[in-house]
Design a protein around this ligand. Structure first.
Ligand code: ACM
Ligand code: ZN
Length: 757
């Protein structure tokens, strides 16, 4: 627990103050302020009444004290909140705490709420019975680097109810996020009541189990993980059929908007169109080109922008959305559109001729422009995913950049004077699987693409994380994916380029896990350092698992069964002399379980290399075109091109739907245990001398895994499989010796299989 709530501790050092995000200017002073039942919350302007009420509720929850509100006091041991217009910049606040009083000022109520979050981080996370709560004396001047600090929740693929949304908003608030992007509709469900079209929720809000649901249910069993179960409360029985679903009434929406506003958060609704719309097409089939739902290769068939009826329908929906949501920005999606129907549809082709468009991409752009005009008539700004650039970016539309691989998107948009929000999927997709490097990569990544002019940078509004819920059936699973990633993004969003280094952040972050424990957050415990998927050893080895969170306990099995709290507990390093498969599970201090980690400790001899020698450097790389889910599917499709590569990279000319198979030999200089670090998006699999060393298989976002192999000096056969389903990915292989030295995989290291002697 933090030192400042230990009675008797009278001063605080810089080290004991662990705020996230770190304020831009923090001066630690001598002394402490004592908050007790007599402290008052004083505000002198009516417009601060809501913020004062919010602080009052927060203090009650976190300390048990019901502080009186006061509009007149000028002195006393109180918390004084004021508006100071001189502070100018939007969310800038100052906070001065000394032995006598707390003074919090912001240029407007929203800025004051940011300061309240800092005060809240000085309080216990929940009431722990302390009568006199001590806050450190500090002087803080703080303002965000970015105006837009967002978190997106997808309630379409799986539904989260009002209480869960509020919990999400609470988490956003304390870490100073201010934009809640609410992905309310998609192929798998329609979640917002539209009075004019009641079937959207009455029927479109419900479905029989889909393939995502079935995968989740299977994972719940396979990994013995209840977070993957579909909550009973989401199921209903309709004429003997079990349906999954839920939606928000307009009343619910208003309640959430008010709850968010109190916490300084704007709610940005997204109604995704013209694609990702089949939950609506299912109940209003005339919206589509051929009056039915259907799927293309990757995405659902969109609505028909050729029909005037469709356009009016879309505008009707937004008319109600505009009335509900008071904020200027509204998201219209516009991502991932399968345009095949548009090519064949007479209505679409008539629209293309009438509007003198060149092709279907321009038809997409026309649709966005048409809707944008309607948004503007209603005083709203249209946000779209970066696909809205592809057929010509309509002037004034706001671009939400997600396709990291669409490298020019931010340049193009900002050069045209369009505002941009950065959500690169390489780092900011919180539904993606995590590995030991995820958090640090997120923290250290600069989401602003290089090479923007100063003027272009002024159009970058901020950053956001997206959390797509196809495989997130429960709120527990959602928390597992967003925490602790939100810590890192909080600092990226608030501090921008001026954030502290990783070690500073890491130290500050550790105490926040006890805050999460108190709030019973289902966070993902940090990774064990140096845990490889395969650890090779010769003779015997010491197994050392020091968890970075000392209160987390590790239980494990070696017989393939899923670990429980009754399984063996790791107490101290132990010696291993046989190959052993471990399954580990971490238990938080409150006894709740994490997901599982699998690792093998493999007893090996230094494996002899090949007798061959080689004349040509580099590897052979064969491209098989297709959409794969597993590496072992790649070679079942005929090869379409063979390349020679000097490094492990994606050869120029290889298309987006790719399976690549690299073969050849790798030369090492000494007998040693080597660590292969394999990162890819999507899947990859590495074999050395026919032994599987790293299994990074499956369709997934960026994941880096490592595995070891004991090798003698010489040439060893390498075979590496990699696939990418949709053009965004990468492949990266690194090699280290047992001392952790990096060995460059190029030059004399890689040899072509066709050049042996
Ligand atoms: C997206 O991930 N389709 C925006
Ligand atoms: Zn059409």
């Amino acid at each position: 627990m933090l030192a400042f709530i230990v009675a008797g501790c009278q001063t605080h050092t810089q080290k004991e103050i662990n705020l996230i995000p770190q304020p831009t200017e923090l001066i630690v002073k001598d002394g402490t302020f004592t908050l007790d039942a007599n402290t008052r919350i004083v505000y002198n302007k009516k417009e601060l009444a809501e913020a004062a009420g919010y602080l009052q509720k927060a203090v009650k929850k976190q300390t048990g004290h019901s502080l009186a509100l006061d509009e007149t006091a000028t002195t006393g041991n109180n918390i004084f909140m004021t508006i100071n217009p001189d502070l100018g910049s939007k969310d800038k606040y100052t906070l001065a705490i000394d032995g006598n009083e707390i003074r919090l000022a912001g240029s407007n109520p929203r800025a004051v709420v940011q300061g309240i979050q800092t005060i809240r981080q000085f309080l216990p996370p929940i009431d722990n019975g302390t009568m006199r709560v001590l806050l450190p004396a500090v002087s803080i001047t703080d303002e965000p680097a970015w105006e837009w600090r967002g978190m997106m929740m997808d309630v379409a693929r799986h539904f989260f109810d009002k209480e869960e949304v509020k919990r999400f908003l609470d988490m956003m608030a304390i870490y100073k996020f201010n934009k809640f992007h609410w992905h309310l509709t998609d192929d798998q469900g329609w979640r917002v009541e539209i009075k004019k079209y009641p079937l959207l929720t009455e029927q479109g809000g419900w479905r029989t189990f889909n393939k995502h649901d079935r995968t989740c249910m299977a994972l719940a069993k396979e990994e013995d993980n209840p977070d993957y179960e579909l909550p009973q409360k989401r199921l209903r029985n309709e004429n003997d059929t079990i349906e999954y679903g839920g939606f928000y009434t307009q009343e619910d929406i208003r309640e959430i908007i008010a709850y968010a506003a109190e916490r300084g958060i704007d709610v940005i609704p997204e109604i995704d169109m013209p694609g990702h719309f089949s939950s609506a097409i299912q109940v209003y089939p005339e919206l589509s080109c051929f009056n039915r739902t259907s799927w293309g290769e990757l995405f659902s068939a969109p609505i028909c922008p050729g029909k005037d009826h469709t356009i009016s329908f879309c505008k009707d929906i937004f008319t109600e959305i505009f009335e509900l949501f008071p904020y200027e920005y509204v998201h219209m999606g516009a991502d991932e559109v399968d345009m095949d129907n548009w090519i064949k549809c007479p209505h679409c082709q008539a629209r293309i001729r009438k509007e003198k468009l060149k092709n279907e991409k321009e038809l997409h752009s026309w649709f966005v422009r048409e809707m944008k005009g309607f948004f503007e008539e209603n005083g709203k700004k249209l946000i779209g995913w970066d696909e809205i650039i592809d057929g010509g970016l309509p002037e004034g539309a706001v671009v939400m950049w997600w396709r990291t691989w669409s490298k020019d998107a931010v340049h193009t948009a900002t050069a045209k004077g369009s505002e941009v929000i950065l959500t690169p999927n390489s780092h900011n997709y919180f539904d993606y699987k995590q590995d030991y490097s995820t958090l640090r990569k997120l923290y250290e990544f600069d989401p602003v693409p290089a090479g923007l002019t100063a003027e272009q940078k002024t159009f970058v509004k901020g950053v956001q994380a997206n959390c797509w819920a196809e495989y997130i059936p429960s709120y527990q699973r959602l928390e597992y994916l967003i925490m602790p990633r939100m810590f890192a993004l909080s600092e990226v969003a608030w501090r921008g380029e001026n954030r502290e280094d990783w070690d500073n952040f890491y130290q500050r972050m550790i105490p926040h896990f006890s805050r999460l424990d108190s709030m019973e957050v289902n966070y993902r415990p940090l990774d064990l350092p140096d845990l490889h998927t395969v650890s090779a050893f010769i003779g015997s080895t010491q197994v050392v698992w020091n968890h970075p969170l000392p209160e987390v306990s590790i239980h494990y099995t070696t017989d393939g069964t899923m670990p429980t709290r009754e399984s063996k507990r790791y107490e101290e390093p132990f010696t291993l002399s046989e190959t052993t498969d471990f399954i580990l599970r971490f238990y938080r201090p409150n006894g709740t379980a994490s997901g599982i980690e699998k690792t093998t400790y493999r007893k090996e001899e230094y494996q002899a290399g090949s007798n061959l020698s080689f004349t040509e450097k580099g590897l052979k790389c064969v491209w098989h075109e297709g959409i794969f889910s597993k590496c072992n599917e790649i070679e079942s499709v005929p090869a379409i091109e063979t390349y020679h590569v000097e490094h492990i990279l994606i050869p120029e000319g290889v298309g987006g739907k790719r399976g690549l198979v690299y073969t050849g030999f790798i030369k090492v200089d000494k007998d040693d245990i080597y660590t292969f670090i394999l990162g890819s998006d999507d899947g990859s699999m590495l074999y050395i001398n026919d032994d599987r060393v790293v299994d990074n298989d499956g369709a997934h976002g960026p994941v880096t895994l490592s595995g070891q192999k004991a090798l003698s000096a010489g040439y060893h056969e390498i075979k590496l499989y990699y696939f990418d389903r949709n053009n965004g990915g990468f492949i990266d292989l690194e090699l280290q010796d047992s001392e952790g030295n990096n060995i460059e995989l190029s030059g004399e290291r890689l040899w072509s299989p066709d050049s042996s002697k």
